[in-house]
Design a protein around this ligand. Sequence first.
Ligand code: SF4
Length: 431
Amino acid sequence: MVMNERLLQFIWQFQYFNKSGLATVRGETVEVIMPGTYNTNQGPDFTAAQIRIGRTIWVGCVEMHIKTSDWGRHAHETDRNYDAVVLHVVWINDDDESYTRSPIIELQTRVPKLLLSRYSALMENLEFVPCQRQIEDADSRVWIGFNEALCIERLERKSARIRFLLDENRHHWEQTFWWLVARNFGVLVNADAFESIARSIDIGILARHRSQLIQLEAMLFGQSHLLDQRFSGTYPVMLQKEYRFLRKKYRLQPVTVRLHFLRMRPGAFPTVRLAQLAALIHHSTSLFAKICESQKVEDVFEFFSVTANDYWHYHFLFDAESDWQPKVVGKEMIANIVINSVIPALYTYGRVRTEQKYIAKAIDWMERMPAENNAIVRKWKQLRVSVRSAIDSQALLELKSGYCDMRRCLDCRIGTNLLKKTIPQTGAAQT
Ligand code: SF4
């Protein structure tokens, strides 16, 4: 049987235990008038509780432990935060002596065995989603608003990183957005390298050379070491020459993170992606400002619909000719950028400036974007979970990585709903 303090807190928070004849370990009657407010910060587990012990009503904090002796092990004895504890709730009482500090109640015989076994099953199950065999038992209403809440949680997490980048950039939104978009162009495997390349060239330098696509490419390819070899073709040789000049002029330092080409379809090679990035800079000015003022997410698709220059129509790599294929940034890639960079940046912009219209627009655009189609989302679909838009797919990605994988079932609406179903509906939980 799995018992931990978080489960004990959950049992106390929702009072999922048999309260009939509840008494302290010394026999004084106990009535829980208010269990208190769950405290995730420093200090006792519950604050503002109201407990009647014998004839006296106590108002204060409740502290939970697996064993009574944990009080001493956690050094609460010397911590003034615990002076206001009026009740010590334990799973097993192993230290009667500490009773004089605060009354103790023991719960191990009062919690339904079904709740404990269902919780153990969740914690021990190694399937994709630990509750996947019971998920259809959860009330359908638990999903109402849950996806939006999870999606916002995900946006908040991404927003924290964007704020960090913003601080680094002294609140230069365009430069921060450029770093984000460059990282996104690197998809997963080259994300770090692409962000390093973006960081290695000041956006002001790129803006100065915006009209010269070849110079933009020279800087991006040169900084990433893709020009560090002998070429026979005129085009790469020309890029090398440009890069030598620009590198010296701006004292550019090439990046140390290497690019990867392995197990990638040619259309996603970093050569192609960097050429597309250069084309994006070539075709756009004040991109983030334009996005903020756009009314429709379709306009954003237009901004990113660029094609790498003509050389890349016949190449995936330097000096290796291939069949004609214009290297357009595809709709799927743009959707990925909108979901993972544009919307989080727009949301952060609204949060930082406390302007609700940008936050609302970010959420509205997420709702309008089609759901992502990746392995995790497909697995959720197999469990018959409805996935209608990017709000749902983003929510399910967050649920999987932030809750299921961390076994945070007690913080999840599905988990609490499933566990609640193990409690008899008569009020007092039977064991
Ligand atoms: S976190 Fe929620 S959805 Fe995930 S396994 Fe636990 S109960 Fe199920």
